[in-house]
Design a protein around this ligand. Sequence first.
Ligand code: NAD
Ligand code: MG
Length: 393
Amino acid sequence: MIGVTILGSTGSIGISTLDVISRHREKYELIALTANKGVNRLLQQCLQWRPKFAVMADTDSAEVLRQSLSAEAPEVEVLAGVDGLQQVASLAETDYVMAAIVGAAGLIPTLAAAQAGKRVLLANKESLVMSGKLFMDAVHDHHAELLPIDSEHNAVFQCMPPDFQQGLESVGVTRILLTASGGPFRTTPLSELNDITPEQACAHPNWKMGRKISVDSATMMNKGLEVIEACWLFNTSPAHVQVVMHPQSVIHSLVEYADGSVLAQLGNPDMRTPIAHAMAWPKRIKSGVTRLDLFAVAQLDFEKPDLQRFPCLKLASEAMDVGGTATAILNAANEVAVEEFLQRRIRFTEIPKIVELTLSNVSSQQASSLDSVLAADKHARDYAINVVQELAA
Ligand code: NAD
Ligand code: MG
């Protein structure tokens, strides 16, 4: 049996992972489930799945969960806080860690999984955006396996030659083509973007996801973060990553070769495909995803991204070119801005402004240690909050 820990089991990716595992109970054993504060959802999952450990990042919530489980499932050991998350990510009986916590909170436990030499199923793109070099070094030094869950990166991984780690040029790869649906506002008149509500921003046309990544998809910061993620995963630079607008989300991404070949991975937009791929790799297992009906799709469209409509895309590539802690600063400012937007304290169009102002006023340092990355994250959050307060004044 393969032991699996799911960091962020109550979220959109966590639930899809449990769905895939439910189809292969003879193959995978659940070691740990984790969540932030939502006691009820984690309690239900523990009663259904009976993992060895359950972790709540919030210590008060962990205590409530412990009491609730003591009568019905006393065999489930409840842990708390970031320490608990790190512990279940590195347990000896854990073989695979699904890293599906949202945002910067995912960094420390995901890094712990890499340092413990696990197979890391990486959904939490923010950890690579914040500390790409540290993370990739940890994977290499501790012989961890890194498999991308983000649908685009999983598609690229599937289209890459097996020895791509040697460098893209030496294996004949010339470009990565990352597809982007463009989210709900691809064709909305620019004058209407000011009044977008959180409900409109979270209504993605093709994917059902958590609220933070849904807003990121609407601003296209998600694709910006994904360009950075691709650069670290595939050891390349933004100049070799072309974003291609593709509203149907059927082609999940493509790899272009020196001989003119372009390989693509297609499928219905359902995260259970990349999850099942990464869990079974190099084999294939059933995921529950319905087969792609090309006759029903009928047409595939492509466009160039409009950087005036989606300034976040440009900000992300620029931060990657600056290097060091600039991408951690970008990520932190974006997390603050998205949360403020979801709380209805700023406008949708103020998200890129907050990110841009933070990036130009908080200077990038070398991202040589976890401490330097966390310090940049904190500094950028403080700065972004000040910008929010100035906007409100
Ligand atoms: P979500 O909001 O649905 O779930 C987030 C999970 O993280 C929940 O279990 C929550 O309890 C946990 N969590 C939140 N804050 C935490 C904290 N401070 N400490 C510990 N746990 C915390 O998010 P999601 O849509 O499942 O996305 C998860 C990650 O996967 C994100 O990084 C996202 O970018 C990435 N991703 C998601 C999708 C998708 O289709 N949903 C696709 C590609 C990549
Ligand atoms: Mg994606």
